[in-house]
Ligand binder design. Structure first.
Ligand SMILES: Nc1nc2c(ncn2[C@@H]2O[C@H](COP(=O)(O)OP(=O)(O)OP(=O)(O)O)[C@@H](O)[C@H]2O)c(=O)[nH]1
Ligand SMILES: C[C@H](OP(=O)(O)O)C(=O)O
Length: 216
């Protein structure tokens, strides 16, 4: 299975602006990417980064400056349609977002295991955090509740769809409140990165929150 990790390094994670400086957002995005790549590798697969810019990283990188949906569809089209790839028995393509900081190899195996035409791990906010495509006519349409769009697209083309109910794959790190999940459940370098930025868990207001001792 070909595993692609989309990544846009230019001004990433803007929704974290209230709590992180621009440099910190870039560092966090990069560390999350590295955690995701490592988790994929631990499943025995070699991920390719699908980046909007050239990157210095220990992984193959494909540069495609088009918006997310177009760039991913170009990969999906070429992998699921190529007769050469099909005859080698690996026409499936997986798309795993780079901001899944809680991802583990075990969580990814649950995404890779089903033999459905389309497999989706939805994210909070009804996004599509991770996806496997085996059907040659399936195309992605990210943003704006993309899980519902992807379910409809699968239905329209008669593709079988399996949904993976995963806390770890469902947790994309977009907003300040998501940092609580990283500090509480993170097993990779992202949690260490947040601690280095000075974040810690705090429950003095009742609900568990992140607070930071050093402001950006
Ligand atoms: N290749 C590619 N990847 C993208 C693009 N836009 C977002 N991504 C990646 O897709 C994943 C999900 O994107 P978002 O959650 O919107 O991340 P983001 O754009 O960094 O965050 P916000 O600025 O808060 O929306 C992340 O891994 C991003 O790095 C794009 O245009 N091209
Ligand atoms: C990538 C995109 O992220 P969102 O806009 O939902 O955060 C999606 O999952 O469709």
């Amino acid at each position: 299975m070909h595993v692609v990790v989309p990544y846009a390094p230019d001004a990433p994670k803007t929704r974290l602006k209230p709590v992180l400086s621009e440099t910190e957002r870039s560092t966090l995005a990069r560390v999350m990417l590295e955690d995701v790549l490592e988790a994929v590798r631990e499943t025995g697969r070699e991920p390719t980064v699908l980046s909007t810019e050239p990157l210095e990283i220990d992984a193959p990188v494909t540069v495609d400056r088009r918006p997310l949906t177009e760039a991913v569809n170009a990969v999906v089209r070429s992998r699921t349609r190529s007769t050469e790839v099909k005859s080698s028995g690996s026409a499936a393509v997986a798309v795993v977002m780079a901001d899944l900081a809680l991802t583990t190899p075990e969580a990814l195996e649950r995404l890779f295991a089903p033999n459905a035409d389309v497999v989706i791990a939805p994210g909070r906010g009804v996004g599509t955090n991770a996806l496997v495509v085996r059907h040659p006519e399936f195309r992605v349409d990210y943003h704006g509740g993309s899980f519902l769009d992807h379910r409809r697209i699968a239905d329209d083309i008669g593709a079988t769809l399996e949904t993976v109910d995963s806390f770890r794959l469902g947790a994309d790190i977009d907003e300040p409140a998501d940092l609580v999940e990283v500090l509480a459940h993170g097993t990779g370098r992202t949690a260490d990165c947040l601690r280095e930025f000075g974040f810690e868990l705090d429950s003095t207001e009742g609900r568990l929150e992140v607070v930071r001792s050093v402001e950006p």
